[in-house]
Design a protein around this ligand. Structure first.
Ligand SMILES: NC(=O)c1ccc[n+]([C@@H]2O[C@H](COP(=O)([O-])OP(=O)(O)OC[C@H]3O[C@@H](n4cnc5c(N)ncnc54)[C@H](O)[C@@H]3O)[C@@H](O)[C@H]2O)c1
Length: 302
């Protein structure tokens, strides 16, 4: 893997943001053989994050080493491939990419934004042709897909080198050639969440019922057969008849549902505050993470 990365001119990587995603992305890059400098504006998270990444890499032969960066310049200056996983805030990311692009004039600069258009993230960068979206999914070492997104100014060379690097590191890498907010996966996911939340807000059923139906119907099928194949499978004539009947009453709000704002205003932020749509007693969040990882692993084993 390292030889392949080197053939792309990529010998060292920098990862900016050492939270949930950044530390594990660093672990994947080091597992592929790259030495990685991991940097976070909050230095107190770095030691644990570096340990996590190195532990992940230690399971692989010829792994690279992850070390803590002393500052942003340190993480970028000698890196050929830099990826950020900082807070999802356009202003913060724009300032970061402006700075990154001054510390290295040649490195590929990748953003792990979940939904922000890459063209906007790159707006203040010099040489925006070097900026590319790489949307990893959580946990990034387990979920196979990375969406590689072309911003309006991303060069084909940047797309191709990024794609090739991540594919060779074992990721199921897909090209997103048009820079739309949310790319592919999160557009699909949040179209579903909008309707799920609307069903609760409109009193059609309670929150538990939404999840129960979802998990035991489309949830069971989707990992095997995606929506396009399913439409073909059941028949496009049936699909059109269903759409004619149901689309007029689906939620089309272009802003978050007011029920979300009401919950947030009441301090109900979900698992992290103990209450959201559902109740989260101590330990439930950790158990959910464990159960989810075990489920993903068992699905991938097939
Ligand atoms: N959590 C997920 O499931 C998930 C999945 C896919 C993509 N993402 C995206 O990945 C990014 C990071 O998400 P996360 O869940 O790891 O967040 P997180 O809050 O766990 O970690 C973010 C880290 O970035 C650091 N940081 C903030 N601003 C910084 C700056 N200017 N310079 C350096 N470090 C800075 C913070 O100190 C924090 O440690 C976001 O853009 C998010 O949308 C998250």
């Amino acid at each position: 893997m390292l030889a392949h990365a080197q053939s792309l001119g990529i010998n060292r990587a920098g990862v900016i943001g050492a939270g949930l995603m950044g530390r594990r992305i660093a672990g994947v890059l080091a597992s592929g053989g790259l030495d990685v400098v991991l940097y976070d504006a909050n230095s107190s998270v770095l030691a644990e994050a570096v340990d996590t990444a190195n532990l992940m890499a230690s399971a692989h032969q010829d792994a690279g080493v992850v070390r803590a960066g002393s500052d942003l310049r340190d993480a970028v200056a000698n890196s050929d491939y830099v990826t950020e996983a900082v807070v999802e805030d356009l202003t913060v990311k724009q300032a970061l990419f402006e700075e990154l692009s001054t510390y290295s004039t040649t490195a590929i600069l990748a953003s792990n934004t979940s939904v922000l258009p890459i063209t906007q993230v790159a707006a203040r960068a010099t040489n925006p042709e070097r900026v590319v979206g790489t949307h990893w999914w959580n946990p990034p070492d387990l979920i196979p897909i990375v969406e590689v997104i072309r911003g309006e100014q991303t060069s084909t060379e940047t797309m191709d080198r990024t794609f090739s690097l991540l594919e060779n590191f074992g990721k199921l890498t897909v090209r997103v050639e048009k820079d739309v907010a949310g790319f592919v996966g999160n557009r699909l996911q949040h179209a579903l969440w909008r309707e799920a939340i609307a069903l609760v807000a409109d009193g059609v059923c309670d929150a538990e019922t939404v999840d129960l139906v979802c998990r035991n119907t489309i949830g069971l099928r989707l990992a095997q057969m995606g929506p396009i194949e399913t439409a073909d499978y059941v028949g496009l004539d049936l699909t059109r008849a269903i759409h004619d009947a149901v689309l007029p009453s689906l939620n089309t709000d272009d802003a978050a549902n007011p029920i979300l704002t009401a919950l947030i205003d009441a301090g109900s932020l979900g698992a992290k505050s103990g209450q959201g749509f559902l109740t989260w007693p101590a330990g439930r969040r950790e158990q959910a993470a464990t159960d989810l990882a075990a489920h993903v692993k068992s699905q991938l084993a097939h």
